[in-house]
Ligand binder design. Structure first.
Ligand code: EPU
Length: 336
């Protein structure tokens, strides 16, 4: 376990904003967790950080930030059709995806190129290009902070929803996820249904295969999303709002090109990026902060912005969208 005080967090968040915390605890071995929980260290303000790709620090964090840096991908089980892999929380998500592609395990290729750690993927049920991680998660392992007890949660008990899970709702702030067990297909099973992905596959002229789908996903991402090594951001800043069909129908009369997807129970999901575009905010830049011109759902730090400035800016985006459409967008990113 490595503990540092007054730790600079600038390189630990993909928004690349300057921030710090009282105490930074890095766990390198699962065995260090029990003793840490015994100290009651996490009973006061704390935040569990993954790869820092879904967080906006707006001020100094008064408390402890914990990061699990444990590594390892181990086979738990295998049959003729599937393989079950146990993956440590600190593995980089994209390294795991590449491992699966290389070994011909199907199920995570559409989630290629997503930054962050494996331990964070169930929290917000990461998703892209018609795939969601919930469809390949078998179970999640970790510790509850309040009870100091280990837990194992089967997929059905994780309450997965659109960018949501029990770890982001009922158990929020009370879990240290140590490991995720994935169930991946050994038989070819590809999902190429997202329009942009179909188009990319067609224009590349490459045959449909696991490697080529992964490549096409990366190409689609590169076309729309900034490279976090060059431009600070946290991917989609807002969630796509889920509204009643009546609300959608009313908006449709004003905006005939409005995109929506069925969300069950008389609800539908709108595209926040399009709502931002309709509000006139797409591509708008104020000094070093802006709405990304190629994908309005992404707020970017072109360099040197503070978290507080980004917060002020995203609120302007929220207000503009609300003025234009009556819909209040909710951040997908954790604001600290
Ligand atoms: N759209 C616009 N203007 C924009 C952006 C989007 O009109 O500036 C429209 C598009 O034309 C399309 C619709 O909105 O009709 C949806 O856009 P897109 O397919 O690009 O996806 P998204 O809903 O904007 C979601 C995820 C992304 C993921 C993509 C692709 C969320 C919050 N975001 O974005 O995830 O990559 O789908 O599947 O659900 C992330 O979570 O960080 C992330 C990047």
């Amino acid at each position: 376990m490595r503990i540092t005080y007054n730790q600079d967090l600038t390189h630990l968040n993909t928004f690349a904003v300057k921030a710090s915390c009282d105490k930074f605890i890095q766990i390198e071995d699962e065995d260090e967790i029990r003793p840490l929980l015994e100290t009651d260290e996490l009973n006061s303000a704390h935040y569990i950080l993954g790869g820092g790709s879904n967080v906006l620090f707006t001020q100094h964090f008064h408390g402890a930030i914990v990061q699990l840096c444990t590594k390892g991908i181990h086979k738990f089980n295998e049959d003729t059709d599937f393989i079950w892999l146990d993956v440590a929380a600190g593995e980089h998500w994209d390294d795991f995806v590449n491992y699966c592609v290389k070994n011909k395990y199907y199920g995570v290729e559409n989630l290629s190129g997503i930054p962050g750690f494996v331990g964070s993927c169930p929290v917000q049920n990461i998703g892209a290009y018609s795939a969601e991680v919930k469809d390949v998660i078998d179970s999640v392992f970790g510790y509850r902070i309040s009870s100091k007890q280990p837990f194992t949660l089967a997929n059905a008990d994780c309450q997965f929803g659109y960018r949501s899970s029990i770890f982001k709702t009922t158990w929020k702030g009370d879990v240290l996820i140590t490991r995720v067990r994935f169930k991946l297909s050994k038989k070819e099973k590809l999902t190429v249904t997202y329009k942009g992905l179909i188009e990319e596959m067609e224009s590349s002229g490459l045959p449909l295969s696991l490697e080529n789908v992964a490549k096409a996903v990366v190409a689609v991402r590169n076309n729309k999303l900034p490279d976090i090594r060059e431009i600070g951001c946290a991917g989609s800043f807002f969630k796509n709002p889920i509204v009643k069909e009546e609300v959608r129908n009313k908006l449709l009369s004003e905006f005939p090109n409005l995109v929506s997807y069925p969300a069950g129970d008389g609800m539908c999901k709108l595209a926040a990026g399009q709502l931002i575009e309709l509000s006139g905010m797409k591509g708008v830049r104020e000094s070093s902060i802006g709405v990304y011109p190629k994908q309005a759902l992404v707020i970017v730090n072109y360099g040197g912005a503070t978290g507080e400035e980004i917060q002020r800016f995203y609120r302007k985006v929220q207000e503009a969208v609300e003025r234009t459409t009556g819909i209040r967008l909710e951040p997908e990113v954790n604001i600290l």
